[in-house]
Ligand binder design. Structure first.
Ligand SMILES: *Cc1c(COP(=O)(O)O)cnc(C)c1O
Length: 238
């Protein structure tokens, strides 16, 4: 792995600090504790050295989207104290590369995928924590379970040995105006409350909010925000 420079470490930790400050302010406005919201730094397409720099500065949570890229970084950064989050679209035939290797998988959107993750995790003697991804924007948004299928998927996934459903995730369509994303965040929180109550299970986590819209997401109850660009800068093309 390429060494990071002190300048890069300083730059990245200042950006994380700035995001944490905005996040704390949004939490306060909503009467929530800042410590109830975890900042997941989305490092996809950025070098492992950036993760090492931030980890050495004390940041814990990192999000990756691509199986191979994530595996390469995990290998390069073995022994580093970080929590890995898988946040990208995941084909069920790749579940075996993910199960047991991530603290939390945010993007479970089908029973097929849930079953594969559960089976692999169980085989490896572990339990995989997951979120169920909801698609709340109809045609505009292909990934995630539609609202009317969501409860059933949560119920069925919760029955699987090797899997623990911890909450819901969503990604609204992109808007220039972050306030326009707010109704999607409010909707996810309502769904979480309704589903949790009807199924009698605890769904503590809501993963919602990215660089452009994490402030309204936190105000609406996000417990995990996934921020990439604002921390690492623009991503190189894949
Ligand atoms: C890339 C990505 C992010 C981070 O997006 P930014 O706009 O760069 O903050 C968050 N969530 C998911 C699912 C992503 O794929």
């Amino acid at each position: 792995m390429q060494e990071y420079t002190q300048a890069r470490k300083t730059e990245l930790s200042e950006r994380v600090q700035a995001v944490q400050e905005d996040l704390a302010e949004a939490a306060k406005k909503a009467g929530r504790a800042a410590s109830d919201v975890t900042l997941v730094a989305v490092s996809k397409l950025h070098p492992a050295s950036d993760i090492a720099a931030l980890a050495d500065a004390g940041h814990l949570d990192f999000g990756e989207n691509y199986v191979q890229e994530a595996a390469g970084k995990q290998e390069a950064l073995q022994g580093l104290d970080v929590r890995w989050h898988f946040i990208g679209g995941l084909q069920s035939n790749k579940a075996k590369f993910v199960a047991g290797n991530f603290e939390l998988v945010h993007s479970v959107d089908s029973l097929k995928l849930a079953k594969k993750l559960a089976a692999k995790a169980a085989e490896r003697g572990t339990v995989q924590d997951v979120l169920i991804q909801a698609s709340l924007a109809g045609e505009e948004q292909k990934s995630g379970a539609e609202a009317d299928e969501l409860e059933r998927l949560v119920a069925e996934a919760s029955e699987l040995d090797g899997l623990r459903v911890r909450g819901l995730m969503t990604m609204p369509p992109f808007f220039d105006e972050p306030e326009r994303a707010r109704p999607f965040f409010a909707r996810l929180r309502e769904l979480r409350e309704g589903i949790g109550q009807r199924l009698g299970i605890s769904l503590p986590h809501l993963s919602m909010g990215m660089t452009g819209d994490f402030v309204p997401a936190v105000e609406e109850g996000a417990t995990l925000v996934r921020v990439g660009t604002r921390i690492f800068g623009a991503r190189p093309p894949k």
